[in-house]
Design a protein around this ligand. Structure first.
Ligand SMILES: O=c1ccn([C@H]2C[C@H](O)[C@@H](COP(=O)(O)OP(=O)(O)OP(=O)(O)O)O2)c(=O)[nH]1
Ligand SMILES: [Mg+2]
Length: 150
């Protein structure tokens, strides 16, 4: 920890995927504003792992708080302080965060590294090159389910 007054990342409940990260600073985010917020945490993740910084859904739903770059990528070799680019998506309410508040969550995963090579052709697949809504969306004419009217 880079800040002894701040709790290390912690899992709120046994089995949780995300360990909560806290802000070391009081922060006020005006509607639409963003701020790079320090967490007081620096890590040495083993090679082959990544830290992904995700928003907390409660703060997202209640206040519109999200991360500009969600999920943020913490490389295994990064030794600096984890910082979180917060964004207040609410159009009218500002968000007031206090030092020690849990602002985001860190999910640690194993990652594969690829070797990228040039080829003339790719092997066939069911999807092929179809994407970007090719299987349908929502609403009339989108090939998906139609929401009930209200
Ligand atoms: O939300 C984030 C995202 C990244 N980082 C740190 C850890 C990460 O290893 C480093 C680089 O992040 P990223 O690769 O996403 O940024 P970049 O713009 O590609 O910078 P770089 O050129 O340093 O890789 O910044 C954070 O502290 N918080
Ligand atoms: Mg990078």
């Amino acid at each position: 920890m880079l800040d002894d007054g701040i709790e290390p990342p912690s899992y709120a409940l046994p089995g949780d995927a995300g360990a909560d990260l806290r802000t070391t600073e009081d922060v006020v985010l005006e509607p639409g504003a963003r701020a790079l917020v320090p967490t007081g945490v620096a890590l040495a993740l083993p090679e082959g792992f990544v830290g992904l910084v995700h928003p907390r859904s409660g703060l997202a739903v209640r206040h519109g708080l999200t991360l500009v770059n969600t999920p943020g990528t913490i490389d295994a070799g990064y030794r600096g302080e984890i910082k979180v680019p917060l964004l207040n998506t609410d159009r009218s309410e500002s968000i007031h965060l206090r030092r020690g508040d849990r602002i985001a969550q860190l999910v640690i995963q194993q990652v594969a590294q690829a070797e990228f090579v040039r080829v003339d052709e790719l092997p066939d697949s069911d999807r092929g090159a179809a994407g970007f809504g090719s299987t349908g969306g929502f609403g009339p004419g989108q090939g998906g389910s139609t929401p009930s009217s209200h």
